[in-house]
Design a protein around this ligand. Structure first.
Ligand SMILES: Cc1cc2nc3c(=O)[nH]c(=O)nc-3n(C[C@H](O)[C@H](O)[C@H](O)COP(=O)(O)OP(=O)(O)OC[C@H]3O[C@@H](n4cnc5c(N)ncnc54)[C@H](O)[C@@H]3O)c2cc1C
Length: 221
């Protein structure tokens, strides 16, 4: 028996972007992108168990069972992707530009190349820019799970949420490559209502335009 609350089946996957993460996949190897097992295990252990991760431990600080599960992903995700592709069940295309969510940590031995998406997915889902990560204040392209946490950061001294209202800033390259209407993309595509977007061809011009449209954060009057 299948009990489903929603009016249709599919759960969250029915509206997901459907990127899937396949270490050492066939297109990576064809392109000469190395993704050794040891590096993959370290990356996964470091992120799955940040407080237990031990780079010198025989199982990297995680339980033997969990370590074996990481190995199973490394060994079987790639043949599974190839099998599903060959049978026409899940044809994919490679997204070589997409980098891992935490590509900057030293444990990531293969920062780019592990992402596959459905062959027919929209082009805007595969320019790789959506996952680009930088350091600083907050990055609008931070992965969504982490970005959402920034909004709910509590300042215990001031007893307030200082980041409940944040404003995204992007450049022309992002406008050209990452505009879209899917999955909560912030950048409106050409032709869409962008009356909320403030434009400026230089930072100084942008600053001037912003001053003309002062923000009124929720809860602050
Ligand atoms: C916009 C978006 C994009 C995403 N993109 C990706 C991606 O590219 N790659 C990726 O790997 N992941 C992606 N994800 C995440 C991924 O889709 C989810 O993590 C995954 O589908 C969750 O699966 P689940 O089976 O755990 O939960 P769900 O799919 O949420 O399943 C839970 C089901 O339980 C039902 N339910 C809830 N309460 C009851 C109840 N009381 N009685 C009966 N039924 C109930 C719900 O209706 C739902 O169908 C994305 C998610 C979103 C929202």
């Amino acid at each position: 028996m299948l009990l489903e609350k929603a009016p249709e089946l599919g759960g969250t996957a029915a509206k997901a972007a459907f990127w899937y993460w396949v270490p050492n996949n066939e297109p990576m190897r064809a392109a000469g992108l190395a993704d050794p097992e040891d590096g993959f295990l370290r990356y996964v252990a470091r992120l799955s168990r940040p407080t237990r991760y031990d780079p010198d431990g025989p199982t990297l600080g995680v339980s033997e069972h969990e370590h074996a599960m990481y190995k199973a992903i490394y060994e079987s995700a790639f043949p599974a992707a190839e099998l599903l592709n060959a049978r026409g069940a899940l044809p994919y295309r490679h997204v070589p530009e997409a980098c891992d969510y935490f590509s900057e940590i030293p444990e990531d031995a293969a920062p780019r190349g592990r992402v596959l998406i459905h062959l027919d997915a929209a082009e805007s889902m595969s320019d790789g820019a959506a996952q680009h990560r930088e350091h600083g204040v907050v990055n609008e392209k931070l992965q969504y799970n982490e970005l959402a946490q920034e909004f709910f950061r509590w300042d215990p001294q001031a007893a307030e949420y200082p980041n409940l209202v944040m404003v995204a800033r992007w450049d022309q390259r992002t406008q050209d490559h990452s505009a879209g209407t899917e999955f909560g993309v912030l950048v409106p595509p050409p032709g869409a209502d962008d009356s909320h977007v403030v434009h400026g061809s230089t930072l100084a011009e942008l600053t001037g335009q912003l001053r003309q449209r002062p923000l009124q954060p929720a809860g602050r009057r």
